[in-house]
Design a protein around this ligand. Structure first.
Ligand code: PLP
Length: 394
């Protein structure tokens, strides 16, 4: 359609202030090429385990095709509460503290919209998931990026956050295990962040979607399970990554009753409820899915070693990821920017990955590779990247 007016001026300021995601851009280019190995999109290459799919099929046979309660099926909320009680020894009331959402994506959006007043500042350690700053901006807040440093294994400390605190700082938004770096925070690291949150009376939004993808003896600590943190934490989690359920669009938030009720108000007017099919499947995932999830995690771990060794051997300084399924090599020795590296690698070698700059300014000089890809494809991609680095380094 031809446009006869300047429609951009009529859009909301929030939407004009944000850029399209740098991840999707590369995904779309890669999809139009042949023989591409994609280490680009953060999506498991596994299909959802059969017993989870089967529970949905069975649910459909029984006629489960309706809306559910706005907050989600009580059976699912009860399973979520049981899971947190058992795993982290923390109690959530299924009636008041749990909201089932359309993925963590929705939970993140409505959590920010529920608590951010215009001009409130949201501290966001970067590099981080592309939606954090965008959702904070759309909620009317001001995203305040704080660079996490590779020297500190991409963890964030109170000393790094402190200079960015003002009287408008309202929220700290963290995501560990981290997308895109694979960094994790130990209990000790998180306790220091908890003190900082307490001292500045911050709401902490903790995106723990990769919590189950913690490798080796790395323990995942739910932020809300730390002393005095439950009331001020909005914990987000979902099924997309750990259970290979990206397409089902199902997640949840755990928060105090007032915040949960506020989020539910937005949710009921915008989503009504998460799909019943996905809720039925999520119940099965929590009841009997853990063994399948653990198998997938073991496979990611195997790939993690392969890709870390490969990137390091070709001379790219690389932080060894401890969680999630991403690795974030430093490509600055090649003399290319992260955009140049990603574009040229796709053009010359047909390997898709994501420039680090997509995850915040401090991601420049790095690229993100997802290893949620079959091991033979990772090996082939490593061979192509090595060849590329040898041929095109400046
Ligand atoms: N949070 C992080 C850190 C992610 O990496 C992603 C997806 O890549 C999401 C949230 C969105 O997850 P969902 O599929 O549950 O909306």
């Amino acid at each position: 359609m031809n446009e006869s007016k300047n429609w951009k001026d009529r859009l909301s300021p929030g939407v004009n202030a944000i850029k399209p995601s740098g991840i999707r851009k590369f995904f779309d280019i890669a999809a139009s090429m042949e023989d591409v190995i994609s280490l680009g999109v953060g999506e498991p290459d596994f299909v959802t385990p059969w017993s989870i799919r089967e529970s949905c099929v069975y649910g459909l046979e029984r006629g489960y095709t309706s809306y559910t309660a706005n907050r989600g099926m009580m059976e699912l909320r009860e399973e979520i509460a049981k899971h947190y009680e058992k795993k982290f020894n923390i109690s959530y009331d299924p009636a008041t503290d749990i909201l089932v959402t359309v993925g963590v994506s929705e939970a993140l959006d409505i959590a920010l919209r529920a608590v951010v007043k215009p001009g409130d500042e949201v501290l966001i350690p970067e590099p981080c998931y592309v939606s954090y700053a965008a959702c904070a901006t759309l909620a009317g807040g001001v995203a305040v990026p704080v660079a996490a440093k590779i020297e500190n294994e991409f963890r964030i400390t109170p000393a790094e956050l402190e200079p960015y605190v003002t009287d408008k700082t309202k929220v700290l938004l963290i995501g560990y295990p981290n997308n895109p770096t694979g960094a994790v925070m130990s209990r000790k690291d998180l306790l220091a962040i908890a003190d900082f949150a307490e001292q500045h009376d911050l709401i902490v939004i903790s995106d723990e979607i990769y919590g189950d993808l913690s490798y080796g003896d790395q323990e995942h600590v739910a932020f809300s399970s730390l002393p005095k943190m439950q009331e001020r934490t909005i914990l987000l989690n979902g099924f997309s990554k750990a259970y290979a359920m990206t397409g089902w669009r199902i997640g949840y938030s755990l928060a105090n009753p007032t915040i949960t009720a506020a989020m539910t108000k937005i949710h009921q007017y915008t989503m009504l409820c998460a799909p019943i099919t996905a809720q039925v499947a999520a119940i099965e995932a929590l009841r009997r899915g853990e063994k399948y999830m653990k198998k997938m995690v073991a496979e990611y771990d195997r790939r993690r070693h392969l890709i870390y060794d490969g990137l390091t051997k070709m001379g790219l300084p690389t932080f060894e990821p401890k969680g999630a399924f991403y690795i974030f090599p430093n490509i600055s020795p090649t003399g290319m920017t992260s955009d140049e590296f990603a574009e040229k690698l796709l053009e010359k070698e047909h390997v898709a990955l994501v420039p680090g700059s997509a995850f915040g300014e401090c991601g420049e000089g790095h690229v993100r590779c997802s290893y949620a890809t079959a091991i033979d494809k990772i090996s082939e991609a490593l061979a192509r990247i090595e060849d590329f680095v040898k041929r095109y380094s400046k």
